[in-house]
Design a protein around this ligand. Sequence first.
Ligand code: NAD
Length: 252
Amino acid sequence: MIRVGVLGAGGRMGGEVCRAVDAADDLALVAAVDLDHAGEEAPGARIASSIDELVGADVAVDFTHPSSVLANARWCLEHGVHAVVGTTGITPGSLDELGRLAASSRANCVVAPNFALGAVLLMRFAEEAARYFDAAEVIELHHDGKVDAPSGTAIATARAIGEAREGAWSPPEAIGEHAGARGVDVDGVRVHAVRLPGLVAHQEVLFGAAGQVLSLRHDALDRAAFIPGVLLAIRSVAQRPGLTVGLGALLD
Ligand code: NAD
């Protein structure tokens, strides 16, 4: 039985993870932690406010906030608790630090900006297409509660395209006073972030060449899309020494 603690248990994703862990025969929900929801009931556990509740857990799952995630993961690695991190907005510098901490800890760390299988496949297909199409732009669309932008998935996708393509494509500069109209540049790929109530998590990658456009799109219509990937990470993190980045590494 794997003993699991959930950080951010009172939130949208954390609540779903608590429910799934509680329902799995090989997992036990031993701690539910949330700074703003202490005392409330999560599916399978009462929510506490202190991360110290994770002492005794084998694996901690983090779906909190970009400002909290690094300190939480540090705590886990220093206390010998494997960390499965779904929270997005982690900077490359923070990833480096997690890599160093995980290398010297008896606990391991899995960080995945997107636990949905379809989104991981979209990234792979985009990497493949980028070998043939230099011109590409990424559009990510999320619910209005998402605080980081562009999404971690969009940044990872743009970086993968940037690395895979043969030559950098330079789109025309926008003329006029609306400076953000062309999105942001991530490794030479323009990324556009849409925030609207009603959306969950969606991404489209558009590739253009003379006379043709290829569009790849993934829609997570429900947070249930992320749960199989999170459970896979919980079950496999103990066998992945150090830091693992991306669900794709676990699928292989
Ligand atoms: P949410 O706002 O609904 O929930 C976050 C919860 O974390 C809140 O209840 C908040 O009180 C709590 N929290 C914040 N700091 C904390 C701390 N230090 N300790 C304990 N609890 C803390 O957000 P959400 O929609 O559930 O998303 C959470 C994160 O997960 C975001 O970064 C989001 O982008 C990311 N996300 C990732 C995936 C993925 O597949 N990797 C999927 C969906 C969302």
